[in-house]
Write a protein that binds this ligand. Structure first.
Ligand SMILES: Cc1ncc(COP(=O)(O)O)c(C=O)c1O
Length: 397
């Protein structure tokens, strides 16, 4: 009676973590600290509450516009131009921006935009990095594609090696997900890499979906974006869909506000899909989102707070073998030898929850799972809590 594809989605990482830790009683005298989930815990700027709180009751009585307001689309396009120094006119806000309820929704929709069951019976392929954000997998499965994983481990610089993809697979590929800055490894693709990805997508005519939701949280120079690569190739967004979000940039995951940017043809299809499927953003939330995308000043202290936490992590854990400070993102991807065993130990001895790396990876054809030695540690709390957590962690490790 129920869709059989759903059976393939039964090993969601956080459900597995609950099963792993359920039988374990954490140290009773320590306050539990959860560093397994990536919920940003800083506060969004106060104007968000003012905008939403000051709206009259009738702001809530109508269905919001499915594709957002012209002001929303213009604010997103304006931010893209500033952030990526794009030429004037490269992005047509009305035809190339679609809102989404966080990048999660946009990523899920992307698979339904791209994947068409082939008439020959050959299964379409969805390529994604390994480790991967769970939604790439879930969306691909539900859209009827075969998920195929591209190693993105230490040996490949934590990004998929685009030159190493089997040409036979590329023939069947209809969508490829890239995550830059990457979750969990924090690696950022450079301009040449991104240009290569665009060439590959156009050569094999698949949709290149670039998840850039961590684009504003970085430790060094601002990470390059796929739109900069597209600009350097003439400005067309054919075969490209990039996803952005206020969740990390503005520490406003609860707003559920993000957007997709792509070619007019892709976004027209996305608008069409949204008419049937989307959770349209309520008008007051969309107005708060406009103010957030139009303002860069509030992002600086948020970014700085992550930089302070990474500096702290380096002081506390930096001498460990395999420790590295990521270029960007919210996470430490720490080689601890056996991620599951250490996750259990940290919970039992220190009441600290982290995520075993293997819950974000799949074994390769030889059965080797590159995530096994790792744990993912989300630096999402304030500095003081993070210090307490990392100190307790260092003690147990
Ligand atoms: C890699 C990646 N992509 C997308 C998302 C979804 O974020 P949101 O829907 O809040 O924009 C997350 C959330 O943690 C993520 O880690």
């Amino acid at each position: 009676m129920l869709n059989k594809r759903l059976e393939l989605l039964s090993d969601y990482a956080f459900a597995k973590l609950n099963t792993l830790l359920e039988p374990i009683q954490p140290q009773a005298n320590l306050p539990p600290l959860v560093l397994s989930v990536g919920d940003p815990m800083h506060n969004p700027p106060a104007f968000v509450h003012e905008i939403i709180g000051n709206r009259p009751p009738e702001s809530w009585n109508r269905y919001p516009p499915v594709n957002g307001s012209p002001e929303f689309r213009a604010a997103c396009a304006g931010w893209l131009r500033r952030r990526y120094r794009l030429p004037q006119g490269m992005i047509d806000a009305e035809r190339q921006i679609a809102p989404c309820a966080g990048t999660r929704e946009g990523l899920f929709h992307a698979a339904f935009l791209a994947v068409t069951p082939s008439e020959s019976g050959e299964r379409p392929v969805a390529l994604m990095p390994n480790p991967f954000y769970q939604v790439y997998y879930g969306a691909s499965v539900m859209a009827g594609a075969e998920p195929r994983f591209l190693p993105a481990d230490q040996s490949t610089g934590f990004l998929p090696d685009l030159g190493a993809i089997d040409p036979v697979l590329l023939k069947r590929t209809q969508i490829m997900f890239l995550c830059t800055p990457g979750n969990p490894q924090g690696a950022c693709a450079g301009l040449d890499y991104l240009r290569g990805a665009i060439h590959l997508a156009r050569k094999h005519d698949f949709l290149l979906v670039v998840d850039e939701c961590y684009a504003e949280i970085y430790n060094g120079a601002p990470p390059t974006g796929i739109l900069e690569a597209a600009a350097s190739l003439g400005g067309s967004l054919d075969n490209i869909l990039a996803l952005h979000s206020l969740s990390k940039r503005s520490s406003a995951a609860g707003l559920r506000s993000g957007f997709a940017v792509g070619s007019p043809a892709t976004i027209a299809r996305m608008f069409q899909l949204r008419s049937y499927s989307c959770a349209a953003t309520p008008v007051p939330i969309s107005e708060a989102a406009v103010a957030l995308w139009n303002d860069d000043a509030h992002v600086e202290p948020i970014r700085r707070s992550y930089q302070e936490k990474f500096a702290l992590a380096e002081r506390v854990l930096g001498k460990r073998r395999g420790y590295y400070t990521p270029e960007a993102g919210l996470f430490l991807w720490l080689d601890v030898g056996d991620g599951e065993a250490v996750t259990k130990k940290l919970w039992a001895e220190q009441a600290i929850k982290v995520l075993p790396g293997a819950y974000l990876t799949r074994p390769d054809a030889e059965g080797r799972n590159s995530g096994v030695p790792y744990v993912r540690i989300a630096l999402v709390h304030d500095l003081e809590t993070t210090e307490a957590a990392l100190t307790r962690m260092a003690r147990a490790l």
